[in-house]
Each structure stands twice: as structure tokens, then as C-alpha cells.
Design a protein. Structure first.
Length: 61
């Protein structure tokens, strides 16, 4: 159960973030699957979000 203060704090935090959505074909025709991304993130000890951000940084920098 959450408190009003906790919900307000979460809302303040989420205001600082940008949401980006990308979609993958379930059959892997994009060259990889969601499961492969999840496995790679787990193998590196990261969340999927952190792993994707690192992958993007590697490509941009």
C-alpha cells in the first residue's frame, strides 16, 4: 500500500524522465528478440533499461 507522499514523490521523479518506446517483431525479423535483449541485460548484471541506454551510448559516442 502506498502513501500520498510516496505517490507524489514518484510523480515528481517521473516528471524528470522522457519516455521512449520501441517495438520489436515477435518473430525476431528485426534481427533479435525481446528474450535476447533480456538475456544480454541479465548476463551483464543490468536492467533492460540500463542495457539499452548503454547500447545507445555506444552507438552515439
Amino acid at each position: 500500500m502506498s502513501t500520498d507522499a510516496k505517490r507524489a514523490g514518484n510523480a515528481r521523479h517521473l516528471e524528470k524522465l522522457e519516455r521512449v518506446v520501441f517495438r520489436l517483431h515477435k518473430d525476431g525479423t528485426d534481427g533479435f528478440t525481446k528474450e535476447q535483449i533480456e538475456a544480454a541485460a541479465q548476463a551483464s548484471g543490468q536492467s533492460v533499461n540500463a542495457w539499452i541506454i548503454d547500447a545507445i551510448k555506444d552507438k552515439l559516442l
